[in-house]
Design a protein around this ligand. Structure first.
Ligand code: FAD
Length: 290
């Protein structure tokens, strides 16, 4: 249900700063730094925050150094079309690129390669995926977090989604907002997305492990596996089998199924084979779609 893979691992960056700045285990940051330091890439297309970060407005950009990679670490739950930074990379003459993005972005590369959209697809050498159920409209900051909870975005320091929308504030307070309340700010496109697990990436990454500070990695391609094995071998990351974390495995499957059910009937039918239908509620009606 979550696509093809060669390895399922829980991974964390060995370097403390990379780990701390990462959303989960800091694996994505560690991999980008490793690719830059080993001269595989000139830059990565990632997501930054506008200005000094207090606006929480995510924007695509390029990371060329360790410092830039770390400045772009962590997750924002509003949209950042990282692929758009290819223009900036091309203008800077950067030829070898890694992309970080959710499935709507990580599927772009294989589509370009298989449909032979030659020139524009050529610089992309590595494709790092982010597991994703949805992103929210930027209006959620004013219309929900501020209006109902009095939480100012300029005072927010970190956010995460783990069963609830979690927000850490500068004053040390921590807030959890029910995801049902957030639903009306879900971006329209996300409601149609059939791919939770970023199935076309070399390595897909998520934060559904039992421990918050490890990144769940679905290693899909030979290329992804080679980089992962070399990073483990040289001590850049610490890894352990993910299958031992039953809760994470269950959630990975469940969330992938929920998204895969949205695969349209008019498209290639094999994608939906074996996808279990939603369980009926006690009163016999089908549950509401998420
Ligand atoms: C919108 C969104 C929804 C997600 N939903 C889930 C989920 O439901 N379940 C789950 O297990 N994991 C989800 N993730 C993935 C998770 O939050 C982590 O990104 C992933 O586990 C990698 O963690 P890390 O510590 O290895 O990454 P880090 O080292 O922190 O690197 C994260 C990378 O993601 C990039 N990034 C941050 N925000 C965005 C954005 N909005 N758009 C594009 N790129 C961005 C950063 O620039 C950075 O390159 C989601 C991520 C995002 C951005």
């Amino acid at each position: 249900m979550y696509g093809q893979y060669r390895q399922l691992l829980l991974v964390r960056a060995a370097d403390d700063e990379t780990h701390k700045k990462g959303q989960d285990g800091g694996f994505v940051g560690a991999m980008l730094i490793w690719l830059l330091q080993h001269d595989y890439i000139d830059a990565a297309l990632t997501s930054f925050l506008e200005g000094d970060g207090t606006s929480w407005k995510a924007k695509p950009g390029i990371a060329r150094t360790r410092e830039e990679v770390l400045a772009s670490s962590g997750s924002r739950y509003t949209y950042s079309a990282n692929t758009l930074a290819i223009k900036e990379a091309a203008e800077a003459g950067l030829q070898r690129i890694a992309l970080v993005g959710m499935s709507c972005q990580s599927s772009v590369l294989p589509v370009m390669w298989t449909r032979k959209a030659g020139k524009i697809g050529k610089p992309f050498l590595f494709n790092i995926g982010l597991l994703c159920s949805k992103t929210f409209d930027d209006a959620i900051f004013e219309e929900l977090f501020l209006a109902k909870y009095g939480l100012k975005k300029e005072d927010m320091v970190k956010m995460n989604i783990k069963g609830a929308f979690q927000i850490w504030m500068r004053d040390g307070s921590f807030h959890e907002i029910d995801l049902k309340e957030c639903h009306q700010w879900t971006r329209e496109g996300c409601k149609m997305c059939p791919d939770f697990a970023a199935e076309h990436a070399d390595i897909s990454t998520g934060g559904i492990g039992e421990d918050n500070d490890w990144t769940l990695c679905v290693v899909r391609t030979e290329l992804g596996e080679e980089v992962m094995n070399r990073m483990i071998k040289d001590g850049s990351v610490v890894a352990r089998p993910a299958e031992a974390d039953e809760k994470a495995m269950k959630l990975l499957r469940l969330l992938s199924v929920v998204s895969r059910r949205r695969w349209p009937d008019f498209a290639e039918t094999s994608v939906k084979i074996g996808v279990p239908p939603p369980k009926k509620k006690a009163d016999g009606t089908a549950p509401a779609a998420h």
